[in-house]
Design a protein around this ligand. Structure first.
Ligand code: IGP
Length: 263
């Protein structure tokens, strides 16, 4: 069984639990956040979506003890375009408590980073203060992808549709995705290769209506320049920021000039 299959198996159980506990979820009101799409489009520099990542199945512990609010404040102050918060507990040691703590602290867009397979998870993300959710094409069939995409839109959330090959990218565009994230890490094998961004960019419908994000494996300004040259307008960065002694400086070093956007 691949890691993605194992995660999805555990998600099905989590969804069952969530469906039994829907009434117990507290719903708070959060500030109105700017839209991620506009934040990425209106910038001259490559934008950084900065992730709170305590652990991962490929790397084990990254920063178990981090205070998500403190880390998020550093990210926001350093010009991050959005904060991504992992909410999966079994494999990434995240939680919806982390997400709401971050939502209470910062004003910028917040991405609920999880393996979404059911509407109840989208409700939960919104209740915890997210303004953006992730839908992973490799985790969904065409019908569920479309259904969950429309559901999130109806709730006023933005959606990043995650792909890792051209065929998945075409599916993302077909459902109407405007924000597409290329995961440079294959969730089946953990292999990271920035050429995934290059491959998808070669067919991506660049223009006013679509924005491309390069996700995972971004460590150095050279990586940022490379994916910017392919046409990415943002990077999604977790581990390298969590491990950096100065996350603010690390973010600023990745905000290189956008060069590749074919618009
Ligand atoms: O820590 P990295 O290599 O910078 O990667 C961040 C982010 O892209 C990665 O956490 C991620 C991308 N897509 C996902 C889907 C689920 C869980 C995690 C992810």
């Amino acid at each position: 069984m691949t890691i993605l299959e194992r995660i999805l198996l555990s998600k099905r159980l989590e969804v069952k639990q969530m469906l039994m506990n829907v009434e117990n979820v507290s719903r708070e009101t959060f500030v109105e956040r700017p839209t991620l799409f506009a934040a990425l489009k209106n910038a001259e520099q490559l934008q950084v979506i900065s992730e709170i990542k305590r652990a991962s199945p490929s790397k084990g512990e990254i920063a178990f003890g981090v205070d998500p609010s403190v880390q998020a404040q550093i990210y926001e102050k350093s010009g991050a375009a959005c904060i991504s918060v992992l909410t999966d507990a079994p494999f990434f040691k995240g939680s919806f408590a982390d997400l709401s703590a971050v939502a209470k602290t910062v004003q910028i867009p917040i991405l609920c980073k999880d393996f979404i397979i059911h509407e109840v998870q989208i409700d939960r993300a919104k209740a915890a203060g997210a303004s953006v959710i992730l839908l992973i094409v490799a985790a969904l069939n065409a019908e569920s992808l479309l259904r969950l995409y429309r559901y999130a839109m109806r709730l006023g959330l933005e959606v990043i549709v995650e792909v890792h090959d051209r065929n998945e990218m075409e599916q993302a565009i077909t459902v109407g995705a405007r924000i597409v994230g290329v995961n440079n890490r294959d969730l089946r094998t953990f292999e990271v290769d920035l050429r995934r961004t290059e491959e998808i960019a070669s067919r991506f419908p660049f223009g006013d209506q679509h924005v491309l994000i390069s996700e995972s494996g971004i460590w150095h300004p050279d990586d940022a320049r490379r994916v910017a040259a392919y046409g990415a307008e943002a990077v999604l960065v977790g581990e390298s920021l969590m491990r950096s002694g100065d996350a603010g400086e690390a973010i600023r070093s990745l905000q290189v000039r956008k060069v590749g956007a074919r618009v």
